[in-house]
Design a binder for this molecule. Structure first.
Ligand code: SF4
Ligand code: SF4
Length: 181
């Protein structure tokens, strides 16, 4: 990581995420990033998935989730049937008890947490108490390298002011795309 980058990006100093700085910066740039992502969906360049993969490593070199956990604090994962069976077994509960204790079904029929922060987040350490069996959605979040990226642009638009890694990915994608134009 170059010193130039560190100086120009105070919210990602030494991989540590400052959520306060992030929220300020994201509030200011959100609209611009959302518009850029809409344009990207229309353009849908053939190498979009490759661009995302090339950016992914840089994002994770610069963002440390253990200093953030904003996804676990502010959003809910979607639990698949398999997730529910795996996690409830791990917790020595029936799937029925697990759902009635912590989950609710939304209008689309997806199982989500009843409340935020997630009941499995240790707020002191930012660690997940069910890390080994956490939902597949949590494992893949924020889905930067998900194929086809163009089908996940609406997800990135929702997350750009909530997830510092998504924010960083969009920032880098803008630089790459504008450089090529
Ligand atoms: S995935 Fe995003 S929101 Fe979640 S902890 Fe990592 S940087 Fe923070
Ligand atoms: S299950 Fe774990 S990783 Fe997933 S939202 Fe809850 S605390 Fe975060």
């Amino acid at each position: 990581m170059s010193n130039k980058f560190l100086l120009s990006s105070p919210l990602f100093y030494n991989m540590h995420v400052s959520l306060r700085s992030f929220k300020q910066k994201a509030r200011y740039r959100r609209q611009k990033f959302v518009r850029f992502l809409s344009k990207l969906r229309k353009l849908s360049p053939s190498n979009l998935d490759d661009l995302a993969v090339s950016i992914d490593k840089q994002v994770w070199d610069e963002v440390d989730c253990k200093t953030c956990a904003n996804c676990c604090k502010t959003m809910s994962p979607t639990y698949t049937g398999k997730d529910i069976r795996r996690i409830s077994t791990f917790l020595n509960m029936s799937a029925k008890d697990f759902k009635s204790k912590w989950l609710l079904k939304d209008k689309e029929g997806d199982w989500l947490n009843r409340s935020t922060p997630c009941q499995f987040l240790n707020m002191k350490t930012n660690r997940c108490n069910i890390y080994e069996v956490r939902p597949v959605d949590c494992i893949g979040f924020p889905h930067i390298t998900k194929k086809k990226m163009v089908d996940y642009i609406h997800v990135h638009q929702q997350n750009v002011d909530k997830c510092p890694a998504t924010f960083k990915m969009v920032e880098q994608m803008m630089l790459l795309v504008h450089k090529k134009q």
